[in-house]
Design a protein around this ligand. Sequence first.
Ligand SMILES: [Mg+2]
Length: 358
Amino acid sequence: MISGCMQRVLAPLQQAAVALDIDGVLVKGKRALEEGGRALRMLGGHNRLRRRIPFVLLTNGGGVSEAEKAADVSRLLGVQIAADQIVLAHSPMRALAAEYAHKHVLVVGGEQSRCAHIARGYGLANVSTPNDVVAWRPSAWPFMPPPAAEQLSAPAVRNYASDPFHAVMVFHDSFDFGRDLQIATDVLRSRDATLGAELVNRQSVPLFMSNEDLIFSNDYARPRFGQGAYHVCLRAMWAALTAGAPLEYTLFGKPHAVQYRYAERLLDRLVLAAEPDADIARLHARRRIYAVGDNPAADIAGANAAGWTSVLVRTGIFSGAADANDPVHPAHHVADHVEDAVAWIVDSELARMEAPPP
Ligand SMILES: [Mg+2]
């Protein structure tokens, strides 16, 4: 009995945590869903627990820094979000700096040279983009005007014939599939990972890609191609060019475990920031992490595999009937929208606190 009471007053803050997807859950394209701000305010303490529930935003979006994404979502939803509450598809790629801090890397995807700047922010100091390569040799991709200086990742044009690459990293959606297929396969097939060298039917350097979502939901009537569509094209081009040579790559982003472990570390840090003496081992033993998402193949599959409690909402990719769940990746709970999802999470936590201790 005493331990039951103790648990009630001890640490409801520590016992639940939430990871919310952004697109199709809190926002649609550039438009906030009205339930999104209310859901975040509930997590901020306006709930029946009368406690803050630590949360992160776990998205397969990217192409911006965590700080830019936090500012963007804060403005859209009218709720203050910190950069250390954001997990983008490419956020765990920070860890690649341990190996590639000073090695030359081709960074693919995103608008202009934004992803090169993000990579540098992660500690990858020596990066180039496909646009940089086209500036060096416009005939490398003749179907565009040579890029202007402000479209390049660095002021000086390098000599890619003598400066080998050590990896290809796809950070975000390609803004020019043709150019990015050409330059990435050029690097991957080069005998010595320089450009213009002999092309061979084996992979020259490792390939890392941040988000395999084939489609995503924005404010258009139907889902749009995601970065996964570029992966499909890259694998197909690689197979056609190399007579089916194997192509190895490492994936980041949901539903991969690396994303969930990264989010768990951020959630630990949020708890420690609020309660510096918190017992993290005890927290891990008691904590239930809820994931709210709209994409069964990414959000729900990944959360279920991570041992989290998954909540599927109907405001994005999934739009099943009121009593339906996804048949392939069923969620623990299905809610109409994110506000209902968070209300269900609060109710679940109240029930858990009132249950007799195991
Ligand atoms: Mg989504």
